[in-house]
Design a protein around this ligand. Structure first.
Ligand SMILES: Nc1ncnc2c1ncn2[C@@H]1O[C@H](COP(=O)(O)OP(=O)(O)OP(=O)(O)O)[C@@H](O)[C@H]1O
Ligand SMILES: [Mg+2]
Length: 305
C-alpha cells in the first residue's frame, strides 16, 4: 500500500491546465520532495491530495482510501500544512490547537499539544492571540495544527517560506524526528539545499507535468562528469603550486586561486591539505558546482510548448 497514490490526474482552471496527467506513488515512510518553479502546480497537487481542491479526472488515494469518496477517513490519515497562512485572529495558540483537536473528536489532547508546542518552540506564545504573532510564528502554529491528530502522512507546502535560518534549522530537526518516528513526509520547497539535505526521493514538476522523478542521489548524479569550481583565498600570496594542482588552476591572482576540480575524482580536502602543507593559511573558500540546483534549472527552464 502506498502512502499516496496518484494516477491520471488532470486539473484545469479556467485559464490554465494546472496538472496535465500526473502519475505518482509515494511509499509509506518516505521523505519525499516536490520541487518546481512558481506556478508549476505543486500546491494544486497538494491541495487535491488534502481533499481541498476538486480535480477533473484521475484517482488519488491516501493509504488506499479515496480522497473524494472517502474524504472523512483520508482527512484523519493526512496532515497538511498549506502554503497560505490562514488563521482566526481571535484565538490564542493553545485555543487554535484545541479547536483543531476538537474537529477530530480528540478531547484530551493537551499532552500532545504541549509536546508540539515545545518541539516548535511555541510555549512562550501559548496564550498569545494569533493576530499578534509574527509570520514565522504563525507558520509554526500552522504546522502544529496540521499535526494535532498525529497523522501518518504529513504534507508540508513550503513550511520554511519566510522563516529565518534558525527556525528553519529547528523545523528541519522536528520534521526529521517525525520521519524517524515513521511518518511519511512530503515537502515542497524553493530552497534546493533543503531538499538536498532532507529528501530521499524528489519529483520535479514543471507546467503541471512531472519532468523528473528519482532518488536525490540519482538526480544529483546527473550533474556528475561536470566539474566544480573552487575559489580559495589565502593569507599570503601563493607562489608556485605543486604540479598536480597547477594543472587545475583556472586563475591565480595574488592570494586567490580558482581551480577546476573533477567532482568524482578530485577532493577539495586534498587540495586544501596540499596548500596547507606548503604553509598556506586558508582564509576563505567558495565552491560552485553541479548540484541539485543545476539539475533543477536544466529541467525547468524549458518553456511551455
Ligand atoms: N484557484 C485558482 N484559480 C485559478 N487558477 C489557479 C488557482 N490556483 C492556482 N491556479 C493556477 O494554477 C497554476 C498552478 O498553481 P500552483 O499554486 O499549484 O503552483 P505552485 O507550484 O504551488 O507555485 P508556487 O511555487 O508559486 O507556490 C498556476 O498557473 C496558477 O495561476
Ligand atoms: Mg505553491
Amino acid at each position: 500500500m502506498s502512502a499516496i497514490s496518484i494516477s491520471g490526474l488532470h486539473k484545469r482552471y479556467p485559464r490554465v491546465h494546472a496538472l496535465t496527467g500526473i502519475d505518482l506513488e509515494i511509499e509509506r515512510g518516505e521523505f519525499f520532495g516536490l520541487l518546481g518553479p512558481n506556478g508549476a502546480g505543486k500546491s494544486t497537487l497538494i491541495n487535491i491530495v488534502a481533499g481541498l481542491t476538486r480535480f477533473d479526472t484521475g484517482r488519488v488515494t491516501v493509504l488506499d482510501r479515496d480522497v473524494v469518496s472517502d474524504y472523512r477517513s483520508t482527512r484523519r490519515l493526512i496532515g497538511v500544512v498549506p502554503q497560505e497562512l490562514a488563521f482566526d485572529p481571535f484565538f490564542n495558540v493553545r485555543e487554535v490547537l484545541r479547536i483543531q483537536s476538537g474537529y477530530f473528536g480528540l478531547r484530551a489532547n493537551d499532552a500532545w499539544i504541549d509536546e508540539l508546542m515545545t518541539a516548535l518552540m511555541l510555549n512562550e506564545k501559548a496564550e498569545t492571540n494569533m493576530r499578534a504573532l509574527s509570520g514565522g510564528m504563525k507558520r509554526r502554529v500552522m504546522i502544529a495544527q496540521a499535526l494535532v491528530h498525529k497523522p501518518e502522512v504529513v504534507v508540508l507546502d513550503e513550511p520554511t517560506a519566510g522563516v529565518d535560518v534558525q527556525l528553519r534549522k529547528s523545523l528541519w530537526t522536528f520534521i526529521r524526528r517525525l520521519h524517524r518516528e515513521g511518518h511519511t513526509i512530503v515537502l515542497t520547497t524553493h530552497y534546493l539545499e533543503e531538499a538536498e539535505a532532507l529528501c530521499e526521493r524528489i519529483a520535479i514538476l514543471n507546467h503541471g507535468e512531472i519532468v523528473a522523478l528519482d532518488t536525490k542521489h540519482a538526480l544529483m548524479a546527473r550533474g556528475i562528469g561536470h566539474t566544480r569550481r573552487v575559489c580559495i583565498t589565502t593569507q599570503e600570496p601563493l607562489g608556485s603550486l605543486p604540479e598536480g594542482l597547477a594543472r587545475k588552476v583556472l586563475r591565480q591572482e595574488g592570494n586567490q586561486i580558482e581551480l577546476q576540480l573533477d567532482k568524482t575524482t578530485d577532493s577539495v580536502i586534498a587540495v586544501l591539505d596540499a596548500l596547507r602543507s606548503r604553509g598556506a593559511v586558508i582564509t576563505d573558500l567558495s565552491m560552485e558546482g553541479a548540484d541539485l540546483e543545476d539539475v533543477f534549472v536544466e529541467l525547468t527552464q524549458r518553456q511551455k510548448p
